[in-house]
Design a protein around this ligand. Structure first.
Ligand code: F6P
Length: 366
């Protein structure tokens, strides 16, 4: 009998999700003859099997994945508020509360008679996947996120596209910064990891890069701007990770909403406000935001996502559950999901990349 395999995308979307889905469906159908269930909106689709909006769970055919390789987003929908262990429900008194509906997910998985589930997601999704592995579900993970902060893999797909978008934005901002002799602050995503800021900052020739991993002070940044002026450079580019924080301070964020991660917001504006007290400069802040998450995946991400999808299908077919596909030294390998979520991957303040940046004169606000 044909195997029944579910596939879902979880957490924040990123370019390359569709490329993974396409590879899984092609390999699953053509090589193994599976029935493949596309699950809508991450675990929402396994909590409520009749989820209607906008498309609902559905069996995927080759025709469903035609022409999606180069498309951003995900044809399955996603959510970063779909943790069945902390599921948000109405509390019956006009409010909402978090509850554990994980047993319902397990029951629905068996009701659907799934032999396996491919969960494409970041650290949050992998942590949830591991908890379901512990509850006996057959899950294979695929690492995605623009943040590149998932452990056990050299790279997540989506990261390359995001940092290319950020680099292009910095290039554009440099032109106008130069024309107006301005200090331009570019805030990039990455949550509590500075990978996008560091790579895009280096690639875009930033004068300062502020990372979550290196708490900053404002005075050295003001000094750097003055130093550049003395050398005839009347503009400066500061790349600020959304999770950057001042020495001894906290990240800039909104209050956490039920079922959500704290929303990071305001890091670059805070730096600009602080700097304006130390230096007379015409400053502007650009927050790149979700622009970094959309659009066509780069060729690198298309290839990586396709390789991940192929390997994930192989792992399901061979029954190697509880694993995540990973890129290591150019090879796609399987690593325990537990290893991937053990520790987030952060920028090493004393690592080679930071050392190179320091050597070429980039300020980290130290
Ligand atoms: O994890 C990906 C990411 O884009 C982070 O870089 C960012 O902090 C967060 O998701 C934004 O989430 P949301 O889409 O809920 O605003």
């Amino acid at each position: 009998m044909a195997k029944k395999v579910g596939i879902m995308t979880g957490g924040g979307d990123c370019p390359g999700l569709n490329a993974v889905i396409r590879a899984v469906v092609r390999v699953g159908k053509e090589q193994y003859g599976w029935d493949i269930l596309g699950i809508e909106d991450a675990f929402h689709g396994l909590v409520d099997l009749n989820l209607a909006s906008p498309r609902g769970n559905r069996w995927l055919d080759l025709a469903d994945v035609r022409g999606i390789l180069e498309k951003g987003g995900t044809i399955l929908g996603t959510s970063n508020r779909a943790d069945p262990f902390h599921y948000v429900v109405e509390d019956g008194q006009g409010g909402r509360r978090e509850t554990d509906v994980s047993d319902l997910v397990v029951a629905n998985y068996h009701k659907l008679e799934l032999d396996g589930l491919i969960s494409i997601g970041g650290d949050g999704s992998m942590a949830i996947a591991q908890r379901f592995v512990d509850k006996g579900l057959n899950i294979v993970g695929v690492p995605k996120t623009i943040d590149n902060d998932l452990g056990a893999t050299d790279q997540t797909f989506g990261f390359d596209t995001a940092l290319n978008i950020a680099t292009e934005a910095i290039d554009r901002i440099r032109d106008t910064a130069d024309s107006h002799d301005r200090v331009m602050l570019v805030e990039v995503m990455g949550r509590n990891a500075g990978w996008i800021a560091l790579h895009a900052g280096l690639a875009g020739g930033a004068d300062a890069i502020l990372l979550p991993e290196i708490p900053y002070r404002l005075q050295p940044i003001a000094d750097m701007i003055r130093h550049r002026r003395r050398r005839g450079k009347h503009y400066s580019i500061l790349v600020v990770a959304e999770g950057a924080k001042p020495a001894g301070g906290q990240v800039s964020s909104l209050q956490r909403q039920l079922g959500e991660m704290p929303r990071l917001m305001g890091a670059a504006t805070r730096v600009a406000t602080g700097l304006s007290e130390l230096i007379d400069a015409d400053m502007r802040v650009t927050v790149l935001g979700h622009v970094q998450r959309g659009g066509r995946p780069t060729t690198f991400d298309r290839v990586l996502a396709t390789r991940y999808g192929h390997r994930a299908a192989q792992l399901v077919e061979s029954g190697d559950f509880g694993n995540m596909t990973a890129l290591r030294n150019g090879q796609i390998v399987a690593v325990p999901i537990a290893e991937a979520v053990a520790e987030p991957k952060r920028v090493d303040p004393n690592g080679q990349l930071v050392e190179t940046a320091r050597a070429i004169g980039v300020s980290f606000g130290e």
